[in-house]
Design a protein around this ligand. Structure first.
Ligand SMILES: *Cc1c(COP(=O)(O)O)cnc(C)c1O
Length: 395
């Protein structure tokens, strides 16, 4: 099918939640994509941080092929070998003690919110409120849009779920002022990506840890986007030198297979007992086999280290355009980066795509980059030269 044919069919039969799109990709290899009309693109969006290993990584493809021929799905009424192996791998490489598997980032956060409330009740304290941050993004289920402190995501869906309080990001005294006898936890992103690549000042995440210790609260770090080496260490919290109580992940965990996970410290994890939580597909053989191959590859090939190197190089190259173009700064860490312009970046993002670079405009003035972690300096050079060409053509 051509792009036009796919578009016509999709427009008629699929609900319009994603709006009108111009592209339909049919093939991917490493950091490149091909659309239905045969045009090639460099992918610096990586399926919104999902394709950490690029497209169709041979290790992931081989694991999926092998598992698909053995056992695709079996319920969590039974033990699942790749699920157990994945859990061990995540625990061995984190400070957490046990995992719960689900299918998405929103579900991982739902599980984290439920566990924080349940654990607090189990401690004999009737507290349920979770503090979250302005401009956060935690998902699209009812509880996670409520946790997401951006009114545009609430509009039309009220009433919201009770038990969430919002404070400005990167403001410790606002958090302390919001803590009450009803508070059971704090939910925060290691870096706010969707909200505008907002990187907290030094001491912020550490300060949240201190507040949680002082007030006996559960610290939930939403690592849906920052886990799996994107900021350097396998988990984003490891670059802050603190240990959260719960971390949630999804996006790049499966190398393209849809999987989410919620990890917790042992004493807290123990509050999930038989019957308290479940997911039919959660951690099924196919997706956990894919995730095992993904995590192994990230660790074996030191891709976190490469993410830091390439992220710094990308920042350096982009900052080289600052004198000529209306660029304010480059934000973020590792390969979660935002090029902040002083002019509207929507047209620039469209022009980049036209020129063969996949990226996205966030908050109208930020060009966001979430490329695969295994890119090379040549990929960065290619991307930045397309950005430069597109800047010259638009601003
Ligand atoms: C994408 C994202 C989510 C939601 O994940 P889904 O898989 O879309 O449900 C939650 N939190 C953060 C930080 C995200 O980036």
């Amino acid at each position: 099918m051509t792009t036009a044919e796919i578009k016509a069919m999709a427009t008629e039969y699929i609900m319009n939640t994603y709006g009108e799109r111009s592209l339909a990709f049919v093939r991917g290899e490493e950091a490149y994509l091909w659309d239905a009309d045969g045009k090639k693109y460099l992918d610096f969006l990586g399926g919104l941080a999902v394709n950490g290993l690029g497209h169709c990584h041979p290790n992931v493809v081989a694991a999926i092929r092998e598992q698909a021929g053995k056992l695709l799905h079996i319920s969590n009424l039974y033990y699942i070998e790749p699920q157990a192996r994945l859990a061990k791998m995540l625990i061995d490489n984190s400070d957490m003690d046990q995992c719960f598997f689900c299918n998405s980032g929103a579900e991982a956060n739902e599980a984290g919110i439920k566990l924080a409330r349940k654990y607090t009740r189990d401690q004999g304290r009737d507290a349920y409120e979770i503090i979250t941050m302005d401009n956060s993004f935690h998902g699209r289920t009812m509880a996670t849009i409520t946790a997401t402190a951006q009114p545009k995501y609430h509009k039309g869906f009220e009433p919201m779920v009770p038990g969430f309080t919002y404070v400005p990001y990167d403001d410790l005294s606002a958090v302390e002022a919001a803590i009450s006898s009803k508070t059971c936890g704090i939910l925060v992103e290691a870096i706010q990506s969707e909200g505008g690549v907002n990187t907290p000042g030094s001491g912020y995440i550490e300060g949240l840890r201190e507040l949680c210790d002082k007030h006996d609260l559960v610290l939930i770090l939403d690592e849906v986007q920052t886990a799996m080496g994107r900021l350097g260490p396998l988990f984003g919290y490891q670059s802050y030198g603190i240990i959260p109580d719960i971390i949630t992940m999804a996006k790049s965990l499966g190398g393209g297979a849809p999987i989410g996970a919620m990890l917790a410290k042992g004493q807290i994890a123990a509050s999930f007992v038989p019957g308290t939580h479940a997911a039919t597909f959660g951690g099924n053989p196919l997706v956990t086999a894919a995730a095992c191959a993904t995590v192994e590859t990230i660790l074996d090939e030191n891709l976190g280290e490469n993410a830091v190197k390439m992220g710094d190089y990308l920042e350096f190259k982009l900052m080289g355009l600052k004198d000529q173009y209306p660029i304010k700064e480059v934000r973020g860490k590792g390969l979660l980066r935002g090029l902040v312009l002083s002019v509207d970046a929507n047209e620039l993002a469209a022009k980049c795509i036209e020129n063969g670079l996949i990226t996205i405009c966030t908050n109208d003035y930020i060009l966001r980059f979430l490329p695969p972690l295994n890119i090379t300096a040549a990929h960065v050079d290619e991307a930045v030269s397309i950005v430069e060409k597109s800047l010259a053509e638009t601003v």
